[in-house]
Design a protein around this ligand. Structure first.
Ligand SMILES: [Zn+2]
Length: 115
């Protein structure tokens, strides 16, 4: 990535620049219930959610089960959330580029939303 790209976004350094993309599209795909990022169960277990490090999914694999869900519909891939109308519509404009669910049937309660 060019330095210009990084400075214009001015993201916190601890956040990943890009979320992992799902390595398969089978039944093990899950969506983060807080930010709707879509990855496989194994990816959430190994690296957690790039948008929600405070959910601590890598610490306890039960957290992956608790904070992600296989019950979602639709997947959109967003490469530049700050410029995508779809990202604004999905309210992920400040999330990292990656794959996102269009709708998650079991989102987290408001208390988890730290925006
Ligand atoms: Zn998340």
């Amino acid at each position: 990535m060019a330095g210009k790209y990084r400075s214009s976004l001015a993201r916190e350094d601890k956040m990943a620049d890009v979320a992992q993309l799902p390595t398969s599209f089978g039944h093990e795909l899950r969506a983060c219930r807080r930010c709707r990022l879509v990855k496989t169960y194994d990816q959430f277990r190994e690296s957690g959610c790039e948008n929600c490090p405070n959910l601590n999914m890598t610490a306890e694999h039960e957290y992956v089960v608790e904070y992600t869900t296989p019950n979602f519909t639709g997947i959109i891939t967003v490469m530049d959330p700050t410029r995508s109308w779809a990202a604004k519509w999905l309210r992920i404009a400040r999330s990292v580029p990656g794959c996102y669910a269009l709708a998650v049937s079991e989102t987290l309660a408001d208390g988890y939303d730290d925006e």
